[in-house]
Design a protein around this ligand. Structure first.
Ligand code: FE2
Length: 286
């Protein structure tokens, strides 16, 4: 059976690429430290020597709209065109072509259906920066096939934090049941407290630094009970209008299981708190 060798959960920041590749005299003062942190974090994936990446992200209204909006969706394509025009224009992100793994996508899809998760699927998915950003930061050589899974964190009604956690558990089981000798890493990105376009956007800190500190501590400890007790749709809304991206962190804790993280780092980037977690498996899924 396939082996899960690492689970990574982090924020994704579309300006990382631009901030760290601009000529030195044009870089923001935090760029060198940001780059050092990302490269140290990348090493936690490299060390695990994965063969396939299961990548969890969320389409930012690039191709999934309100006319037909799935809660959860899996890509099943042989390859994925990545980066939309506005992401090139606004963030300076490069275009990518990601290799898919149709066989593993098919298996994971069936396994999740068997576990009562009715995922939508797409044979023609185009990938946006929720997955392009972690490719840039974690695997810039883009040499591994991916199985992309999208979650709806933007268009209410959203699934509950518990449902996100349970999906993470189900993804873990699907990976470990996949009949293959491949090593799999699961990588997901989301947000801590975040405000997009609202009155709390681009402040000196993220919109809710108290939540950010608490959330990092919960994830460090793998304390899913505290998360599910305290984090609701309403509490996330109170922490910033895009804080629902924290649901993807909850999903990734589901993949990792309720265990403390093996690697934790964060970076207070004035208007947002960046955070980076890696778990290495310590046992089978209960
Ligand atoms: Fe984003």
């Amino acid at each position: 059976m396939a082996e899960l060798v690492a689970t990574l959960a982090s924020t994704h920041h579309p300006f990382y690429f631009k901030a760290t590749t601009a000529p030195p005299e044009q870089q923001m003062p935090q760029a060198p430290e940001w780059k050092r942190k990302i490269e140290a974090y990348r090493e936690t994936l490299t060390r695990a020597q994965p063969d396939i990446l299961v990548m969890i992200g969320s389409d930012h209204f690039h191709q999934l709209f309100l006319d037909n909006c799935p809660q959860f969706l899996i890509g099943k394509a042989p390859q994925y065109d990545a980066t939309f025009y506005n992401e090139e224009r606004e963030f300076g992100l490069p275009k990518y072509m990601l290799q898919g793994d149709e066989d593993m996508s098919r298996f994971v899809h069936q396994s999740l259906m068997n576990q009562n998760f009715d995922l939508a699927f797409s044979n023609e998915l185009k990938i946006d920066h929720s997955i392009v950003c972690p490719i840039i930061t974690m695997r810039p050589q883009n040499d591994l096939p991916v199985v992309p899974i999208y979650t709806n964190i933007f268009a209410p009604p959203l699934h509950s934090p518990r449902r996100f956690y349970d999906l993470g558990r189900a993804i873990r089981r699907a990976i470990e049941a996949y009949p293959s000798s491949k090593k799999v890493a699961a990588i997901g990105t989301g947000h801590l407290s975040l405000e997009l376009g609202g009155p709390r956007q681009f402040m000196d800190t993220g919109p809710d630094p108290v939540f950010d500190r608490q959330a990092i501590e919960w994830l460090r400890a793998g304390d899913v009970d505290a998360i599910l007790e305290n984090v609701t749709h309403e509490s996330m809304e109170n922490s910033g209008n895009a804080t629902h991206g924290f649901l993807n962190f909850i999903l990734m804790l589901g993949v990792a299981g309720p265990q403390s993280a093996d690697y934790v780092d964060s970076f207070d980037l004035f208007h947002t708190m960046e955070a980076y977690f890696t778990w290495y498996p310590k046992g089978q899924v209960a």
